[in-house]
Structure formats: C-alpha cells, structure tokens
Design a protein around this ligand. Sequence first.
Ligand SMILES: [Zn+2]
Length: 179
Amino acid sequence: MTHTWYSVKIPSLGSVVWLFCLLAPCWPCGAPGRNDLLLCRSCGHEVALGSSASFVHSPLALSHRNVSVLGGGRVPVQLLENPQGYRFEVVTFRVAHVHKHWPADSRFTWYPGYSWTVATCPQCSMHLGWAFQPSSWPEMVTEQQFESSEETFVALVIDRLLQENFASALLMTPKSFRS
Ligand SMILES: [Zn+2]
C-alpha cells in the first residue's frame, strides 16, 4: 500500500472533521468496507477500526462529548488530564494495533481498577495513547494475554489519528480544477 498523502499538510483539520468519517460510510469516503479504518497520523500505520470504539467511562474525565457522525453513529470522546497538566481527548477501543510498553503502572490511572502502559505506533513510535489492563493482573503480561482478554482496552488520542478514506479524499482533485 502506498500512502502518497503523507506529506499533505492539514493545518486546520480538527478532530470533528475526521470524526465525521469515523464510523459510517459517508462522503468523502470511498472504498466500501475500509471506511472506518483509523491510521497513525504521523506515518499512516493502520491502528484501529472505528467500529471497534467501545466507551469506557472515566470518573476523572473533565468533560464528555458525543460526536455525531454521518449514518447516525455517535462517538464518545472524553477529555482527560495527566499529572503534568497535559490534556488529551481520547476515544476508547476494544482493540488497537499499538505497541504497549509494559510494565503496567497503577498510579495516576484515569480508570480506577486498571493499570496503564504507554501505547505507541508500532511503525513510527509516535505516542498514540495508553493501553489499560486490570490492576489485579501482573505488571508484565504478553501481547496475547492482553489481546485475548475482554477486560482490556486502549485509549487513543483522537488528534493523533486520521481516518483513511478522508485522508485519501484530500488528494482527489475536484472536477472543477481539472483542465
Ligand atoms: Zn506511526
């Protein structure tokens, strides 16, 4: 797969824009069946499916908002703040293709009862979010243990993702511009 759009600058592309395409088939999405694929914004690595978004409530969330998407779906977004005061808008997913940096840490967790690891892009190592596992688990588990459990989830920072077909559509030349 070639991702010739990597170098495209999207200066004002906010999270709301890509969320329009997160879950539902819609304009400007094209290829059926791939229109909810979410990519690492830095390198284009395939990270998650919008359809695998699964809301996990954090009692520490500063705010919630449900973003409507075309087709009737809604994506819950939570605003969270880390101990250093940095704020992140995250969407939680049942599964995501990210590199998890064990050992897990139970301190400063946004989800009581769950320990976290930093989650990075497997391809470019960009920080994409955090992976959560029950605090009762050992700090070190295998990828297979994490993936096969129903109790684990991944929180991804929404502005570090890009929806694939929206990205592709940015390179389409409007008919009116063609000679
Ligand atoms: Zn990446």
